[in-house]
Design a protein around this ligand. Sequence first.
Ligand code: F6P
Length: 199
Amino acid sequence: PRPILLTRHGESQDNVRGRIGGDTALSEAGELYAKKLANFVEKRLKSERAASIWTSTLQRTILTASPIGGFPKIQWRALDEINAGVCDGMTYDEIKKNMPEEYEYVADFSRKKDKLRYRYPRGESYLDVIQRLEPVIIELERQRAPVVVISHQAVLRALYAYFADRPLKEIPHIEVPLHTIIEIQMGVTGVQEKRYKLM
Ligand code: F6P
């Protein structure tokens, strides 16, 4: 069996300010995580010559991968975070204030009522993200060697659900904490999972 390691990027400056989306660099804690992750990966995948590191095209995942030595790194647009459209760069409080009906309260299409299908104006829904991940999943399935995927909360919820066989409706609510590696092992007896909380 070969492992797939899933992790969010290290804490970003936007994470600290509670802003969604964006393309900021890492906080100090995020930089520390990047170093710890590099240590972990270099040990865990020591003799795995064909392993590779996959990131999104956003700074925070590229910077998280940067201390890792010895493996090729590949950037995928399909691994970019859910596009929050007009809400990109806002905090959840600002969204509530600016678009209370649509986002939070009564409307049938509000995000609270149907987080899976809710599409940010000029952005994406979870269903959109799940769809654009298809080529990534096909490629992940095809790989024989271990892969480290450094991506984002919404994207990793979808990827994790695919491998852990979780139902569609749970996807937007799965917990994928920062600074934690989820290791998935695909063997003959099914899928096994381990979590490593590095900080
Ligand atoms: O807050 C970090 C973040 O990755 C945002 O960029 C993104 O919009 C959000 O998480 C996705 O999580 P949720 O769907 O729960 O808002």
